[in-house]
Write a protein that binds this ligand. Structure first.
Ligand SMILES: *Cc1c(COP(=O)(O)O)cnc(C)c1O
Length: 375
């Protein structure tokens, strides 16, 4: 049986823009132009303008975006990239795709993002730093950038969950996530705040040379139809996805505002309930509210109660990367990244998406409150 309240509902997002989306898809199909072309360029320009960067380069996925951003910087075999283990596996996987390896540093206990102090102790000898704006909440980029600048190491933002998030820089300027690091990687996986009808992603940057290199690397190292300046990849953004994304981008800010309002409703209704810890709201950082993640020592029981009641709660992510078989060769063990491990053990994602109705959300709140009052 389908959940009464799903964790995300991409169909509801489609229905909200059905006519425009159908027209965009039909337009590409009728044009017969499925690879690159003006539709991709138009989306790239629109997304760069949204992020406040000089350039955006459309690519095949968020994973490809991280990989190509690192490759454009020259990160390769033998290199290590500092990142976190409390993230989706693609953050580290994309480092491996560039031929390098991840160096996992712990997260900040209060916010779940890369801990600048842990980074300071681990940055020596790395080729890049890849902090992750997990759940849509920007990491402490001013502090991370200060550490990275001191070591002369470039910062690449994993902004796969943070479309439209903002943060205040050391200079007091407010910028969007994706407009602060040397480069940033976005995913347009269907469930993300800006989601395509399949896999898609983008790299943003203010650096024209790096943007040109990403554009070349995503398309077989091509400088013209039959000229290949270097060995690249087939990781272009589909024209169909670009057309879909251009329509959906128009609704991103309204969608994020709806997420913010719903997040506020959760925080109010669940304040002081059991041992629940609400999502952090650090000064100077505004979350894109990709996921609404609370913490509790009774996570597994609460998850079971939600599932039994038809509430599609989830865990992002139950096993930190350093404890996954895929990364066993790094030789890390339980206890090596204590804050990371605590987040993995206690985090629970409650349903949150722009089309979530108040009665649906009230049902989630009722189930969570009921769980704690019965204990
Ligand atoms: C979704 C995601 C990715 C990968 O994006 P894909 O488009 O699925 O390849 C990378 N990092 C984070 C944090 C993500 O959430």
């Amino acid at each position: 049986m389908a959940d009464a309240v799903p964790l995300v509902d991409v169909r509801a997002a489609y229905l909200a823009q059905q006519e425009e989306l159908d027209a965009a898809v039909a337009g590409v199909v009728r044009s017969g132009r499925f690879i690159m072309g003006p539709e991709v360029a138009a989306f790239e320009a629109a997304f760069a303008s949204f992020c406040g960067t000089r350039r955006a380069v459309g690519v095949a996925s968020g994973t490809a975006a991280i990989h190509l951003a690192l490759a454009a910087l020259g990160v390769g075999p033998g290199d290590e990239v500092a990142t976190v283990a409390h993230t989706f596996t693609a953050s580290a996987e994309a480092i491996a795709h560039a031929g390098a390896g991840p160096r996992f540093v712990d997260v900040d206990e209060a916010t779940g993002g890369m801990d600048p102090k842990a980074l300071a102790g681990a940055i020596e000898g790395t080729a890049a730093v890849l902090p992750v704006h997990l759940y849509g909440l920007p990491v402490d980029l001013p502090a991370i950038q200060a550490v990275a600048a001191e070591a002369g190491v470039p910062v690449v933002e994993d902004a796969a969950q943070a479309h439209g998030a903002t943060l205040t820089g050391a200079d007091g300027q407010v910028r969007r996530a994706g407009a602060v690091g040397r480069l940033a990687a976005f995913s347009f996986y269907p469930g993300k705040n800006l989601g395509a009808f399949g896999d898609a992603g983008a790299v943003t940057t203010d650096d024209e040379e790096l943007a040109d290199r990403v554009a070349r690397l995503r398309d077989h190292g091509r400088t013209s139809k039959y000229e290949h300046a270097e060995v690249g990849w087939g990781e272009r953004l589909d024209t169909l996805q670009a057309a879909v994304l251009r329509v959906k981008l128009e609704r991103l800010e309204a969608g994020n505002a709806a997420r913010e309002r719903l997040a506020g409703r959760y925080d109010e209704a669940l304040a002081g309930v059991g041992d629940l810890v609400p999502p952090p709201r650090p000064e100077g950082r505004n979350s894109a509210r990709h996921l609404h993640v609370v913490r509790t020592r009774h996570r597994d029981e609460l998850l079971a109660a939600c599932r039994a009641a038809g509430v599609g709660a989830g865990i992002h992510y139950p096993v930190p990367l350093h404890l996954q078989p895929a990364w066993r060769h790094l030789g890390l063990a339980w206890g090596d990244l204590p804050a990371t491990e605590a987040w993995a053990a206690e985090c629970l994602s409650l349903p949150l998406y722009p089309e979530l109705t108040e009665p649906q959300q009230d049902r989630v709140i009722e189930v969570v409150r009921g769980f704690f009052s019965g204990r």
